[in-house]
Design a protein around this ligand. Structure first.
Ligand SMILES: [Ca+2]
Ligand SMILES: [Ca+2]
Ligand SMILES: [Ca+2]
Length: 287
C-alpha cells in the first residue's frame, strides 16, 4: 500500500471514530450509553492509535535498500590508494547486518576457476559458477586497471557468473574494480522463483581502475542465486572482491518498524482532535 492510500485509510478511520463519539454523545441524553465520557474517549484514543500504527508504520526496507559508492580511477596502471566513497557505501551496508559472511578470495589458489566453494560463516555456504578466475596481484594493477581490494586476490571476469547459496539471503554487497571503462554495464539479478534485475548505477566509460561498492537488502524477496551480468562481455573485463551476504536473521536495526512522516502527521492531528473533544467534554460536565 502506498503512502497516499495509507493516508486516506487513516483519515477515513479517524472520521469514523470521531463520528462514533458524536453519536454516543447524542445517545447520552437518552441514557442509552452506560460508558462514562472519559472511558469512551480512552477507548477512542487507543483505537485511533492502533489504526495509525497499523496503517502508517513500515519497515524501512519494504523496498530494496541500496548502497552505492564510486571512486574514479587513475588509469590502467595505477591502483587507487584509497576509495572513500566505495568504503562509505560498504560501511553503511555492513552497519545494517549482524556478523555477515564475507568471501575475500584469499583462501583460493592463484588462477583458480569455477566452481569455487565459498564459506560465508553463519550465512551459509555458496558455490560460484561461470566465467572468471582468482587473480593474485600483490601490488599495482594487472596491467588493465584491475586489482584486489582486500589482501592480494580478487575475482576477475570477462563475462557472466553467478553464486548459488545454501540458505536464502536478503542482503548482498561487493566491490567492483575497473567496471565500465570499456562501455560495459554491470547488472545483478537475484532470484528464488521470481527474478529481480538491478542495473548498478556506476559510470559507463569511466577511467580504468575505478572502484565501486554496491550493496542491497531486500527483505521482501529472499534469494538463493545472484547472477552478475556484463553488457560488454569479452570486451570490458571486471574485477570483484569481498562478496558479503546476509540472511533475514542477520539484518539488524532497519527491520524495526518506524513511523512514516504521513503516519506521524496523522497521529499528531488525531491527538489534537481527541484533546479538543476532551476539553469540550470537561466544559459540558462543568455546565
Ligand atoms: Ca581496464
Ligand atoms: Ca581479496
Ligand atoms: Ca574493465
Amino acid at each position: 500500500m502506498d503512502n497516499k492510500k495509507k493516508g486516506i485509510g487513516i483519515f477515513i478511520a479517524a472520521i469514523m471514530v470521531i463520528a462514533g463519539e458524536g453519536r454516543k454523545k447524542e445517545m447520552e441524553g437518552r441514557s442509552i450509553s452506560t460508558w462514562r465520557p472519559a472511558t469512551r474517549l480512552g477507548v477512542g484514543v487507543i483505537f485511533v492509535i492502533i489504526l495509525v500504527l497499523a496503517g502508517a508504520t513500515t519497515s524501512a526496507v519494504a523496498q530494496p535498500t541500496t548502497f552505492f559508492g564510486e571512486d574514479t580511477g587513475l588509469g590502467e596502471d595505477t591502483r587507487l590508494t584509497s576509495h572513500p566513497n566505495a568504503d562509505a557505501a560498504r560501511d553503511a551496508f555492513l552497519a545494517q547486518l549482524n556478523n555477515p559472511g564475507t568471501e575475500d578470495f584469499e583462501s583460493f589458489a592463484d588462477g583458480a576457476t569455477a566452481p569455487l566453494a565459498a564459506n560465508f560463516g553463519p550465512a551459509g555456504t555458496a558455490t560460484l559458477q561461470g566465467t572468471g578466475y582468482v587473480n593474485e596481484v600483490p601490488t599495482g594493477t594487472n596491467g588493465y586497471g584491475r586489482y584486489p581490494i582486500s589482501g592480494d586476490k580478487y575475482w576477475d571476469s570477462s563475462s557472466s557468473f553467478y553464486i548459488e547459496f545454501s540458505e536464502p539471503q536478503v542482503a548482498f554487497g561487493f566491490y567492483g574494480v575497473d567496471v565500465g571503462d570499456f562501455s560495459g554495464q554491470l547488472t545483478l539479478t537475484y532470484e528464488d522463483g521470481t527474478a529481480e534485475t538491478i542495473t548498478i548505477p556506476h559510470t559507463v566509460n569511466s577511467p580504468g581502475g575505478t572502484v565501486i561498492y554496491y550493496g542491497f537488502i531486500d527483505l521482501e524477496k529472499p534469494f538463493t542465486k545472484v547472477t552478475f551480468g556484463n553488457t560488454e562481455a569479452g570486451t570490458d573485463v571486471f574485477g570483484f572482491d569481498d562478496f558479503t551476504i546476509g540472511t533475514r536473521e542477520q539484518v539488524g536495526p532497519q527491520a524495526v518498524p518506524t513511523l512514516t512522516p504521513i503516519g506521524l502527521i496523522a497521529l499528531i492531528g488525531l491527538l489534537s482532535v481527541v484533546a479538543a473533544i476532551s476539553i469540550r467534554t470537561n466544559i459540558r460536565k462543568r455546565r
